[in-house]
Design a binder for this molecule. Structure first.
Ligand code: NZQ
Ligand code: ZN
Length: 400
C-alpha cells in the first residue's frame, strides 16, 4: 500500500458565502475586470427567478460592461461553447461570468480556455491539443445549484453530440477567480436536483477516498466529516426544501468535496465518473442519477481488493458498529448507502434511469477505460483494483 503522496495544492478562488450576496456581484467582481465581461447562463431558471436581472443591475451599477449568451443545457454542448468563443473574440471579452449550475460553469470554462487559443476547443477535451498555448480568460461564478463543485474546481466537462462523447479538461487557470455561493438562490430547486447534487458530491469524495493510499489520517477525517454532512443535510432538505441553513451546509460540503482538499496526498480513482460520463454522453441522463445507479455496483465489485478502507467508511461515515467480520461491516455500509439513495428518491437501476437493457455496455466500458488510461495497450480504470473493460461492463450490467 502506498503512503501519503507528494502534492502541490494551489486554490486561489475568492469564495463568498451568504444570503443575499448575489446582489454584490458587481462590487465583488470589479477588481478582476479588465474589460468587457461575458454573462453566461442556462435555459431559463435564472430568468424566472429574477437572478439574471439582479446580476445585470449590479454589473451596470458598478460600471461593468457586458455581453450575454444564454441557453446552456444540462450536459453542456461544445456547440454553444464554440458560439461563445466567437462572441468573446468579436467583443474582446476579458472575463467570463457564469450564473448557473455545473453545466453553465463548465460551458463558461470551455469558452474561457477556447477564446485565447487557436484551433477547435474540442481538441483540448479530446486531448489531441494537449496543453493550450495561452492561459484561459478568468472565470467567475454565481452558483445556483450545489452539486458539481465546478465553482471551485479547475475542471470542465463538455458533451459533443456529433461524436456521442462527454469529456473533461483540466487547467489550473480554470479555477474561478471568484465564486458567490448564496443559499437563497437554491430555494427554487426541485427535490430531484438536490438529490442528484448530493449524490454527485458524495461520489467526488468516494473517488478520492476509495483508493489504496495509507498514512492520510487528516485527509480521511476531513473526507468522512464532509460525507456525513452531505448525508445529514440532504435528508433535512428532502423533507424541507426551504431550509436555508441546510442548503448552505450542503453547498459548502459540495465545494469542499471537489476542490481537491479531500484528495491531498491520496491516489484518486474516477472510475465511477468515467462510467457515468459514457452514460450521460449516449443517453443524456443527469450526472447524479447515473452515479446513483453505478456506485453501489462499483463498491460491491471492488471492496474485496481493499476491505480496510471500505470498512473504515462503513464505520466512520455510515455508522456501522465495528466488528471483526469485515465483510459484514462493508455489506451493511453498502445497504445503508442504498437506503440513503432510496430516501432521496434516486434511481437504482438502468431501467429507472431510462437506459435500455440492450444498451452497448461493452462499448461504453471500453470507451471509459480508454479515456482514463489513454496510453496503455489494455486500458483499465484506476481505484483499489484496476478494472478491465470486461469488469467495468459487468458493473453496468448488474444494474439493468
Ligand atoms: O438551465 P436552467 O434553466 O438554469 O436549469 C437548470 C438545469 O435544468 C436547473 N437549475 C439550476 N439552478 C437552478 C435550477 N432550477 C431551479 N432553480 C435553480 N436555482 O437545474 C438543471 C441542472 O443543472 P446542471 O447545471 O446541469 O446541474 P449540475 O450542477 O449538477 O451540473 C452537472 C454537470 O456538471 C458536470 C456533469 O458532468 C454535468 O455535465 N460535472 C462537472 C464537474 C466539474 N466541472 O468539476 C465535476 C462533476 O463531476 C461533473 O462531472
Ligand atoms: Zn461528478
Amino acid at each position: 500500500m502506498p503512503d501519503m503522496q507528494n502534492f502541490n495544492y494551489h486554490n486561489a478562488t475568492r469564495y463568498v458565502y451568504g444570503s443575499g450576496e448575489h446582489r454584490n456581484i458587481g462590487y465583488l467582481l470589479k477588481p478582476y475586470v479588465q474589460g468587457r465581461v461575458l454573462l453566461h447562463y442556462g435555459s431559463g431558471s435564472v430568468i424566472r427567478s429574477g437572478l439574471l436581472q439582479a446580476v445585470r443591475n449590479s454589473l451596470a451599477e458598478h460600471g461593468i460592461t457586458f455581453v450575454e449568451l444564454g441557453g446552456v443545457k444540462p450536459n453542456p454542448s461544445v456547440e454553444l461553447v464554440r458560439e461563445g468563443i466567437e462572441l468573446c473574440r468579436k467583443e474582446d471579452v476579458k472575463l467570463v461570468l457564469a450564473v448557473g449550475g455545473g453545466s453553465v460553469i463548465d460551458s463558461a470554462k470551455g469558452i474561457a480556455v477556447g477564446t485565447p487559443n487557436r484551433g477547435d476547443v474540442w481538441e483540448l477535451y479530446s486531448c489531441k491539443g494537449s496543453i493550450p498555448a495561452n492561459d484561459p480568460l478568468p472565470v467567475a461564478t454565481v452558483l445556483t445549484l450545489p452539486a458539481a463543485g465546478s465553482e471551485n474546481s479547475p475542471n470542465t466537462v463538455l458533451s459533443n453530440e456529433k461524436t456521442g462523447r462527454k469529456l473533461g479538461f483540466k487547467h489550473m487557470g480554470l479555477r474561478p477567480v471568484l465564486s458567490i455561493v448564496d443559499p437563497t438562490l437554491f430555494l427554487t430547486l426541485p427535490r430531484t436536483q438536490m438529490a442528484y447534487g448530493a449524490c454527485d458530491m458524495m461520489c467526488h469524495i468516494f473517488e478520492r477516498y476509495f483508493t489504496n493510499t495509507t498514512q492520510t489520517a487528516l485527509t480521511d477525517a476531513l473526507a468522512e466529516a464532509t460525507m456525513r454532512t452531505i448525508m445529514e443535510q440532504s435528508i433535512i432538505l428532502s423533507n424541507d426544501l426551504q431550509n436555508i441553513d441546510a442548503w448552505g451546509q450542503l453547498a459548502l460540503s459540495g465545494t469542499v468535496a471537489h476542490n481537491d482538499l479531500l484528495g491531498l496526498g491520496r491516489e484518486q480513482s474516477w472510475a465511477c465518473h468515467a462510467l457515468e460520463h459514457e452514460l450521460s454522453a449516449v443517453y443524456d441522463v443527469p450526472h447524479g442519477g447515473g452515479l446513483a445507479v453505478i456506485i453501489p455496483a462499483y463498491i460491491e465489485a471492488v471492496w474485496p481488493y481493499n476491505p480496510g478502507i471500505f470498512a473504515q467508511w462503513a464505520c466512520n461515515v455510515m455508522g456501522v458498529q465495528p466488528h471483526r467480520d469485515t465483510a459484514a461491516v462493508v455489506r451493511e455500509g453498502i445497504r445503508r448507502l442504498r437506503t440513503w439513495y432510496q430516501l432521496l428518491g434516486l434511481p437504482q437501476t438502468m431501467q429507472e434511469l431510462g437506459v435500455p437493457a440492450d444498451a452497448n455496455f461493452d462499448a461504453m466500458a471500453a470507451a471509459a477505460c480508454k479515456v482514463y488510461d489513454r496510453e496503455a495497450a489494455t486500458p483499465t480504470l484506476a481505484g483499489v483494483h484496476p478494472l478491465t473493460a470486461e469488469e467495468a461492463a459487468s458493473i453496468y450490467k448488474v444494474t439493468i
